[in-house]
Each structure stands twice: as C-alpha cells, then as structure tokens.
Design a protein around this ligand. Structure first.
Ligand SMILES: Nc1ncnc2c1ncn2[C@@H]1O[C@H](COP(=O)(O)OP(=O)(O)O)[C@@H](O)[C@H]1O
Ligand SMILES: Nc1ccn([C@H]2C[C@H](O)[C@@H](COP(=O)(O)OP(=O)(O)O)O2)c(=O)n1
Length: 228
C-alpha cells in the first residue's frame, strides 16, 4: 500500500512536508527536542503511565487520540471525518494528526515530549520522519530517543477498556475488536521497525499499575536529573 508521500519522492521537500512547515504552523523552532513514542494496544495503560511519567520526569504528554477527540469537540472542519474514523477504529490521515501534534508541541513551550499512541501505522511513521528539526543541526529529522512499548494480552486490554467508563464512543465491543485488528496489522509492524533499530523498551503491562510504573521508572532514570 502506498503512502501519501509516494507521489513526491522527486522533490527535496515533499509537498506534505511543506504543508506541515507553514510559517505559523512550524515546529520545532530552534531548540533540540527529546521525543519518546509511547505505543501499545488499546487499553494497555499508555495514558495512565504517561501521567505518572509527566509527574516524575518533566515531560509533556501528548496523546494523539486526545488531540483528535479535542479536534472533534472544537467543531473543526475535519471533525466529522475524524469522528467517523475513530468510531470505525481506523487511523486518521497523518497530515491531520501531525498538525495537531506540532501545534501542541509548540504551545507547550517544553522540549521533552511523550507522544502517546503515535506513530500507529507506517504512514504515521513516514510522515513524522518528514518533520524537520531546524536547529541545532539544520535539516535533521526528529528521531525518537526510544519507544516505550506496553505489552499486554488482548483479554486484559478488553477488560480494562470495558471498565474504563470514559464515555468514549469507540469503547464498545464491536469497535474494540476492530481496534485490536488494526493494532495487530498496522501498529505492531511499526514497533517491529523500531525494534530492529534497537529502540524499543518493552514493558510487561499486564501487571498492576504501580508495578508497571516501577519498570517505567527504571527506563526513564537517565532523565531523572531533568525533573521539573
Ligand atoms: N496496569 C493496570 N492494571 C489495571 N488497570 C489498568 C492498568 N493500567 C491502566 N489501567 C486501567 O485500564 C484502563 C485503560 O488504561 P489507559 O491508560 O486509558 O490505556 P490506553 O491509554 O493504553 O488506552 C483505564 O481505566 C485504567 O485506569
Ligand atoms: N495516531 C493516531 C492515534 C489515534 N487515532 C485514533 C484511532 C484510535 O482508535 C483512536 C483512539 O486512540 P487512543 O490512543 O486515544 O486510544 P487507545 O489506545 O485505542 O485506547 O484515535 C488515530 O487515528 N491516529
């Protein structure tokens, strides 16, 4: 399957990228940023642990799903399309999600980010690679420091989602099954890609919240000197 970037391979800066780098939309500006991707199946505990990491290690938590849900609520022109895709458990086009991430990064004023639930497929990953860091080294891509992967059984994830009670339209059994399928088919290959680059830090996410956080803390310990 092709990506949105396929048609633009012959130009130095792909069309999609230049859209992402509009003067008033561009991020990052001139500072070196640290990015950790947080991946795992639906209900594996990504959001729960990100909240803990924020408190202890001074990162800003950006959940792609939360940003998309906020976009629906804001009544934006893309709202209906996003809502329909989420209801079907499908992954929203990268251009939309990356713009929301860039805006949130810029507005945070921080330089350390947990990007939760992204990249969720190859298209997400390839599109993020086209986001260019202008400084300290001009024209460099933003490489994640590492990928935190919450490994959890489907049985456990399903139980957690059904008990989550956040009133989410996609937390019903029919959509949950679709989300699991998309995770296996589209998101796991992204995790495998980063694993082949030695970037994945895998956590047993089936344990109780406190125990999972003990393992998370160990992985983030190099960042403890930077506690906000
Ligand atoms: N380790 C855990 N054990 C049991 N329940 C958990 C655990 N981690 C998270 N939960 C609960 O499971 C549900 C899904 O967690 P959440 O962090 O929203 O997952 P995700 O962001 O990966 O979809 C929430 O209700 C949360 O309180
Ligand atoms: N990169 C992303 C992340 C989420 N989405 C959409 C599709 C996902 O099923 C929903 C919900 O994602 P979210 O990360 O909030 O929740 P789960 O991990 O599935 O519990 O949002 C997306 O289209 N692209």
């Amino acid at each position: 399957m092709g990506t949105m970037l396929d048609a633009t391979v012959d130009v130095p800066v792909p069309v999609e990228t230049s859209k992402l780098q509009d003067a008033d939309e561009s991020f990052p500006g001139d500072k070196k940023i640290t990015v950790v991707f947080v991946l795992g199946g639906p209900g594996s505990g990504k959001g729960t642990q990100c909240a803990n990491i924020v408190q202890h290690f001074g990162f800003t938590h950006l959940s792609a799903g939360d940003l998309l849900r906020a976009e629906i609520k804001s009544g934006s022109e893309n709202g209906t399309m996003i809502q329909n895709m989420i209801k079907e458990g499908k992954i929203v086009p990268s251009e939309v999600t990356i713009k929301l991430l860039q805006r949130a990064m810029r507005e945070s004023g921080n330089d350390k980010f947990l990007i939760d639930g992204f990249p969720r497929n190859e298209e997400n990953r390839a599109a993020f690679e086209e986001v260019i860091q202008t400084s300290p080294v001009p024209q460099t891509k933003i490489e994640p420091e590492f990928v935190l992967f919450f490994d959890c059984s489907e049985e456990e994830m399903q139980q957690r989602i059904l008990g989550r009670n956040q009133g989410r339209e996609d937390d019903n059994i029919e959509t949950i099954r679709k989300r699991f399928k998309v995770f296996m088919e589209s998101s796991l290959p992204v995790i495998e890609y980063y694993n082949s680059k030695g970037k994945v830090r895998k956590i047993d996410a089936g344990k109780p919240i406190e125990e999972v956080f003990e393992d998370v803390k160990e992985i983030f310990s190099p960042y403890s000197a930077q506690v906000a």
